[in-house]
Design a protein around this ligand. Sequence first.
Ligand SMILES: C[S@@+](CC[C@H](N)C(=O)[O-])C[C@H]1O[C@@H](n2cnc3c(N)ncnc32)[C@H](O)[C@@H]1O
Length: 255
Amino acid sequence: MISEGDYVIFFYGKKKWLTKVEKGKKIHTHIGIINVDNIIGKPYGISLETNKGKIVYALKPTIYDFIMKMDRLTQIVYPKDLGYIVARTGLSSGDKVIEIGTGSGALTTFLASIVKPTGHVYTYDINEEFVSIARKNITKVGLEEYVTFNIKDVRDIYDIRDADLIIVDLAEPWTVIDFVKRALKESKMMVSICPTMNQAERLSKELKKGFIDIECDEILVREIEAREGMTRPVFRMVAHTAYLVFARRLYDDSR
Ligand SMILES: C[S@@+](CC[C@H](N)C(=O)[O-])C[C@H]1O[C@@H](n2cnc3c(N)ncnc32)[C@H](O)[C@@H]1O
């Protein structure tokens, strides 16, 4: 049943509104006013009418919905890339992950949802304002106990040695390779999110010292509009987000 304080997605056609359920709340939309009181005490999936007679559905938000509706001041990592990162690295519940570049916390949120309840995400950023937004975003999803926020440059850290995965989302990822070498367990993976080929190329070259299984991937998702007798791809798609560079840490007896 939907209670006050829960989050809900109101769904109409392809439009979605994410909102916290509060008594007396009204959402003004192009299809009329949605009266939130009408869903309190009702089951998720229920339909309701706006004051213009349009039918909307109240759905339970998924991690995908929370990420796509996040407050953001930075570019986020998109679900198409998030999913592949987890599949390619084998990240699982119980893992200790280090994220460099918290940004708006989209990736942080997804990572926390995978490693919980016994794993943890340690995320680093140098911008306090971004971290404060990321903190709010993660609290909204209820995953804050699985994340430690650090306002710090990882290049100054020397005492971490047991990360199961390190994710780098910075403009110059090669500048943190020495930290990755110190902090990542042998044979475990790092992945870097590189918006341009130049970044992916330079990083791949620099990773040749100390890493193996270096691979650069791009993930494309093309939505198909499935309609009887008229099925075809949609006209618009996200053509580019980032290149993903994966690498595995080699054993190093000088560590
Ligand atoms: C593209 S954003 C990260 C987006 C994030 N992964 C998400 O999904 O929301 C890059 C972030 O890296 C941070 N950053 C830049 N240089 C850094 C450094 N040396 N150490 C830590 N964070 C850094 C920036 O402040 C910015 O928030």
